[in-house]
Design a protein around this ligand. Structure first.
Ligand code: ADP
Ligand code: ZN
Length: 439
């Protein structure tokens, strides 16, 4: 099969050459940041490290970390490394875990970001013959603008739909023969559900691929979406702090996302100690941007938990791969002393034939954690006979206990009773946070 890359010279570079390129860029970037970002210079001075101390990639461990709290403290201009007159754009995080962070871009930064998204589109089989329907939100959120820009670079016909108005999404998808769909996985699942409700079969649409990201999703969810839309579903990862989507993207192997290593240096650290872990270990992902001009972050702690591996990939790309993030370290709930990730719950539900429509409710009553999962029944399985419902709830509870090690209360609810998401889905309502319990 003919292999397609958007920038083959970069994407298939020899590993030694990637490392050499990263080293050269890192040394330059550290000096640039030290000279231009007072906030980071102060952190380096505090640690007693100077730009001259960074002579090779391994020296990166001498540098201080940055966290979202630093960015909030430095808001809005504290991390800016160039004059505002050189900047052409501001984007902002979704604010999933608190106050939003703003990021700045020069035109070169935008070009680099859009090229990364273009690599993702081409890896998903996109070309100038495709119609790319972008239903990530447009505006401050990076999803829409990133994929929109990438699609332009590839030369695809771009449908800048933004999120929401699902009937219109479906009408345009059908009338204009969209071939590639870009949105959050939870919205893709909703579009699939809506198509079915409107009487369409998966083969009725012209879609061949989807590029889904911005939130954690499981392999089970991937299979569910692939079936309901009749496509191949590819993962894409990114965060506003490093530019936006496209920091890493999946190829046809669908076994993890290649990190665009010519622009980003990735590390895995132990989230407790900050120690750098060897390749193959599970830990917190840390990114250093290697050539950004306006908002260059060094050793930014993403809080996303994943694994890096540099195995030979059949697609011919040489960039290191990251596994699907399990979620952020702060998505992890500690319930009755046990660590629980929403993605584990999603995997059980989809394996048991339920749709990905669920909500996790956690609270503390009389000093004990309560843990309840609301799950929608499928329309075809819907029953209002208490006996039938109780039996199904018990079965699901047993499967959850096996996966999680603790027993949630399962409440099966009527189809369509849990709100659908057009952007990032809200899966967890943890009331313990409201009452100030540190979880
Ligand atoms: P916020 O941090 O406010 O949600 P962003 O909109 O920039 O701001 O989202 C970036 C975050 O979204 C990442 O740090 C990660 O937690 C999550 N994310 C993005 N893409 C993926 C993906 N493919 N899989 C899992 N999580 C993802
Ligand atoms: Zn690959």
């Amino acid at each position: 099969m003919q292999k397609n890359y958007y920038q083959p010279a970069a994407e298939t570079m020899q590993v030694d050459d990637i490392k050499k390129l990263q080293e050269e860029k890192l040394i330059k970037q550290v000096k640039y940041v030290y000279d231009n970002v007072k906030y980071y210079r102060d952190l380096m001075d505090e640690k007693g490290v100077k730009p001259e101390d960074i002579q090779c990639l391994a020296d990166i461990s001498k540098l201080p970390f940055l966290t979202k709290d630093d960015l909030r403290e430095a808001y809005p201009y504290g991390m800016l490394a160039t004059d505002l007159k050189n900047c052409v754009r501001i984007q902002s995080t979704s604010g999933t875990t608190g106050k939003r962070v703003v990021a700045f871009y020069t035109q070169n930064d935008i070009d680099m970001w859009e090229e990364c998204c273009a690599r993702a589109i081409v890896a998903a089989g996109g070309s100038n013959e495709d119609v790319v329907q972008v239903c990530y939100g447009y505006g401050l959120f990076t999803g829409g603008p990133g994929l929109n820009g990438g699609s332009h670079k590839v030369g695809s016909l771009t449908l800048p739909m933004s999120s929401g108005n699902t009937n219109r999404q479906i009408q345009f998808m059908m009338d204009l023969n969209a071939t590639i769909l870009c949105c959050t996985p939870s919205y893709a699942a909703y579009i699939g559900e809506s198509l079915k409700e409107q009487g369409y079969k998966p083969e009725d649409n012209k879609l061949k691929a989807g590029i889904f990201g911005a939130e954690p999703w499981t392999e089970e969810m991937r299979r569910d979406i692939e079936k309901s839309l009749g496509i191949k579903a590819y993962d894409i990862y990114g965060l506003t702090e490093t530019s936006g989507p496209g920091v890493s993207f999946e190829c046809e192997e669908q076994t993890g996302m290649h990190i665009n290593e010519d622009h980003f240096y990735a590390e895995i650290i132990d989230p407790e100690t900050g120690e750098v872990l060897p390749e193959g270990s599970k830990g917190e992902l840390v990114f250093t941007s290697l050539d950004k001009e306006a908002f260059p972050l060094l050793r930014y702690r993403t809080r996303d938990i994943t694994i890096l591996t540099r195995e030979k990939c059949s697609c011919g790309r040489t960039f290191i791969k990251m596994k699907k993030p399990m979620g952020r370290s702060d998505d992890m709930m500690i319930i009755r002393g046990v660590n629980v990730f929403p993605s584990q719950i999603e995997a059980v539900l989809l394996n048991k034939g339920y749709a990905p429509n669920y909500q996790i409710l956690v609270d503390r009553v009389n000093n004990t954690d309560t843990f309840e999962i609301l799950v929608e029944m499928l329309p075809e399985d819907f029953s209002d006979t208490p006996k039938v419902i109780t039996k199904k709830e018990k079965q699901l509870q047993a499967a959850m206990k096996e996966m999680l090690g603790i027993n949630p209360t399962i409440r099966l609810v009527a189809p369509k009773s849990i709100a659908r998401s057009e952007g990032k889905a809200v899966r967890v309502i943890d009331n313990r946070k409201k009452i100030g319990i540190n979880v």
